[in-house]
Unconditional design. Structure first.
Length: 189
């Protein structure tokens, strides 16, 4: 099966988890299922609760991990729902948890607007099935105060106000459809 994403530090991560027979483990960032598969390769008699906000990742991992399907609970949510998902499944104790934070290469390759090297649509949703608000909507239609708030609160860029002003100026001429259009809004960046 074609790879969805190559897991980071797979062997070392699995070693640190100290997988034991009968254990319950959480893969908080399932992605393509590489870490979960490695857990099962080390010990088949475990259960895994696997989280991913991206429906594409869940679908891919379910196919990849089909032979373990009776031992995996898939949660199509961000790991911030960890406590409630464990409670709903009557799990009060786990034996280990793994987080592989960041973007997957698959998400960048899927033209969602995360790449600096591709001219992607301004989408930027981790889960394209979750809500309709996209980066396109924010860049093209947010009023100045809301745009500034988003950039200030989430961009971690000290030039958030300059970026906001550049977006506002540029969108007067033309809606920003793609990542490249948006980059042209602030040529100094």
């Amino acid at each position: 099966m074609k790879s969805f994403h190559i897991p980071v530090l797979k062997d070392r991560s699995i070693d640190f988890l100290q997988i034991k027979k009968g254990g319950i483990y959480v893969d908080a960032t399932l992605g393509g299922g590489g870490h979960t598969e490695a857990m099962f390769e080390q010990e088949k008699d475990i259960r895994v609760i696997a989280f991913d906000h991206d429906r594409d990742a869940i679908d891919f991992a379910q196919k990849r991990l089909m032979k373990y399907s009776d031992k995996i609970i898939y949660v199509n949510k961000n790991f911030s729902y960890l406590s409630s998902a464990l409670a709903l499944n009557r799990i009060s104790k786990i034996d280990g948890i793994l987080f592989d934070l960041g973007f997957s290469s698959h998400q960048i390759d899927q033209q969602r607007g995360f790449s600096y090297t591709q001219d992607d649509e301004l989408d930027m949703r981790m889960n394209r099935n979750n809500g309709k608000l996209t980066a396109y909507d924010i860049v093209n239609f947010y009023p100045q105060d809301k745009l500034e708030q988003v950039l200030h609160d989430y961009s971690e860029d000290r030039f958030w106000r300059r970026i906001s002003n550049a977006i506002l100026r540029a969108r007067k001429d033309k809606k920003k459809e793609t990542e490249r259009d948006h980059r042209k809004s602030d040529p100094e960046r």
